[in-house]
Design a protein around this ligand. Structure first.
Ligand SMILES: [Zn+2]
Ligand SMILES: [Zn+2]
Length: 394
């Protein structure tokens, strides 16, 4: 087939401006677009021809060489065609055209619903299978939560078939372009409606949108491209997670059929209860039971922390209900994006242990103090304690 002059292909004058050339190409591209002309080989050729003409005429350098030397000026074989070699009308696939000129279709609302199907900035429009997501649970203790942790999972899941490398086809040439949609992955139907002729696009029923079908199915996977297998996945769990949170590991779910997109691995967090510490978001709470003498005399006591133990000082005359705050001894706080936004505190809630039974000696000692003025709850302290008590209910 003799090549037609590029200006003639686009139907513009030799003096056309860049804008006129762009407009003319867009018109041709829409007219001959494969979605509008499913299965029409001539339209496909015209579509490619227009793309080739536009590739040259939209580039000032190539256009001037074409004006001077004709096809020889831009043909790869003539040595002048930087980045143009192999384009000679047949070397370029539809996908190449979309990726080179996809932007020309984007951003124009000009042709309504039709544009949505192919305005994706040159993305391939064929569908890919997506593997399903996998879910696993992991139980973490507070120490692991405080530092973040790496966990290994041995997952039973669909993995790529090693025999066909995921294609699902046996040997070379095991796949062919789908004859129903000619590789586009979609079929267009034109129907008469009350609004006039309507075009509806749908997924190709033969290939399921992939644009290709398998001629010789792989023996190992029966043409699926995936087999049931096993994979060991190491998952990094950030510090500060909590019961019920889900950590998503992209692409570690089941493999997708025919080299499709793998699903995600969703790790559900379960929290092991600490035997002594209670978690309140990023704070930890410890209920400290003091003996009556220690509360009255003061002293040093040991309390549990996430890392082990810590010693704290008790002032003489410490009242039950008092809360000591150990700053930064809680858990890391993370926001919904998983970023650390600080560390919580360890709150030590003071209780006083009263013996449930007394020896004769103890009873006598306490009875001695029962009537002493200093052992009667004093009025000002009573008020202070009540205030604090009331504030709990505000
Ligand atoms: Zn296979
Ligand atoms: Zn098809």
């Amino acid at each position: 087939m003799a090549k037609r002059d590029y200006y003639e292909v686009l139907g513009v004058a030799k003096t056309a401006t860049a804008d006129e050339i762009k407009k003319a190409y867009r018109k041709k591209a829409i007219q001959y677009h494969p979605d509008r002309n499913p299965g029409d080989k001539e339209a496909e050729e015209k579509f490619k021809e227009a793309a080739e003409a536009y590739e040259v005429l939209s580039n000032p350098d190539k256009r001037s060489r074409y004006d001077q030397f004709g096809f020889a000026g831009v043909d790869g074989a003539a040595g002048g065609g930087s980045g143009f070699g192999g384009f000679g009308g047949q070397g370029m696939s539809m996908d190449d055209i979309f990726s080179m000129f996809g932007d020309i279709f984007g951003g124009h609302g000009g042709f309504g619903g039709f544009s949505s199907g192919f305005g994706g900035g040159g993305q391939s429009r064929q569908r890919k299978f997506r593997g399903s997501d996998l879910r696993v649970k992991v139980k973490l203790n507070l120490k692991e939560i405080s530092t973040g942790v790496e966990k290994k999972f041995k997952l039973k899941k669909y993995v790529e078939c090693s025999h066909c490398h995921g294609t699902g086809a046996e040997g070379d040439g095991g796949t062919e372009t789908c004859p129903t949609c000619h590789g586009t992955g979609s079929v267009t139907r034109t129907q008469q409606s009350i609004f006039g002729m309507m075009q509806t696009q749908s997924v190709c029923p033969q290939c399921g949108g992939e644009g290709k079908i398998i001629k010789n199915k792989c023996k190992e996977c029966a043409g699926e491209g995936i087999v049931y297998g096993e994979e060991v996945v190491t998952v990094k769990i950030p510090a500060g997670v909590a019961e019920g949170m889900q950590v998503t590991i992209n692409g570690k779910g089941n493999a997708g059929k025919h080299n499709g997109v793998p699903g995600d691995l969703l790790v559900l967090i379960e929290e092991e209860k600490h035997p002594e510490l209670i978690r309140d978001e990023s704070d930890l709470i410890y209920n400290l039971l003091l003996s009556v003498p220690t509360a009255a005399l003061g002293g040093t006591v040991e309390i549990p922390t996430i890392d082990g133990k810590a010693k704290i000082k008790i002032e003489p005359g410490t009242q039950p209900g008092k809360v000591l705050r150990l700053r930064g001894k809680g858990l890391p706080n993370i926001n919904s994006y998983g970023y650390n936004t600080g560390t919580g505190d360890l709150l030590v809630n003071i209780s006083v242990y009263i013996p449930e039974t007394l020896t004769k000696e103890e009873r006598q000692a306490l009875e001695k103090w029962q009537e002493a003025e200093n052992f009667k709850p004093n009025t000002s302290l009573k008020e202070k304690i009540f205030k604090k008590f009331r504030s709990l209910f505000d």
